[in-house]
Ligand binder design. Sequence first.
Ligand code: KG4
Ligand code: ZN
Length: 357
Amino acid sequence: MRVLGIETTCDETAAAVIERRADGSGRILSNIVHSQIADHAPYGGVVPEIAARAHIDLLDGIIRRAMADADTKFADLSAVAAAAGPGLIGGVIVGLTTAKAIAMVHNTPLIAVNHLEAHALTPRLTDALSFPYCLFLASGGHTQIVAVLGVGDYVRLGTTVDDAMGEAFDKVAKMLSLPYPGGPQVERAAMDGDAKRFAFPRPMLGRPDANFSLSGLKTAVRNEAGRIAPLQPQDVSDLCAGFQAAVLDATADRLSVGLRLFHERFGEPQALVAAGGVASNKAIRGALLEVAAKAGTILIMPPPELCTDNGAMIAWAGAERMALGLTDTMEAAPRARWLLDASATAPAGYGKTRAAY
Ligand code: KG4
Ligand code: ZN
């Protein structure tokens, strides 16, 4: 089957066409991603209204390119899939409404995809991974450890009780006057820094659950930066190195607990899978390799362009659902929040209203 996938939940406007064969293997025929980073950079973060308007302006052209690159006509599609959430609601409405229009005009099945499910199923497209496996998703909006047991069958093992990991990187960058998006900037600055100069906390270390907390660490960085201001370049590097080292230790600890919980409940995972922008951090990737090896499993990281938001993952998740007959109607609603694990409750210590906990 051939599926068009549309992604508009945050600041990437993306469309892709993928093919899924009867044996369950897949192939990307086209994958067009337009990042709106330049539109949001002056504000130091994603501005929802600007993102929604940019999606409206860009999406038709991006879909046209994705269809042309895949040499595919609307009539050839088996289904059209759109990320229906969780995410910034203005953008989600643009993508889902466009998918509905295509589905209606061409009489094609519609699939409303959970954006998190799309991240979760990507390694089945890239690495033909079989269930069950353990997913670590760390992006600007999410930080979760999820047991992926089957299509539509997810159990959340851990989540952040406050900031997402990428969000913490972005906020630390902002307070140190580094440009947006901050993750790669912090990583670069940390390379020249002394990670031991500041004694930052390792949040949640040793706790029996697999949850994360990042806002206290972020505040500790802010306090130290305030104490030694004005900051010299070496100070910025040392603060970044200290922050990143604390994130690494916390990640390694939380994930080893997550993998232990996985093992107790579901047996041997086929792999530890890392996805989301933060997983492109080389130091974090090193820590993940170590955690996986210690737990006796392998680390799978889809290539960076499929780890960050894209249309191919939405199309693939759509195809996986389509193969099970899971299509949606025109009533499918855009959702700002949409838990992957519907039975998951807010973790202890969870304070704020978030897109997904
Ligand atoms: O998955 P992604 O591209 O978009 C979503 O948030 O959905 O993730 C972007 C996030 C940003 O917060 C960015 O600062 C962070 O991932 N990030 C990094 C690195 N590259 C991107 N964080 C730490 N180190 C990096 N090298
Ligand atoms: Zn994402």
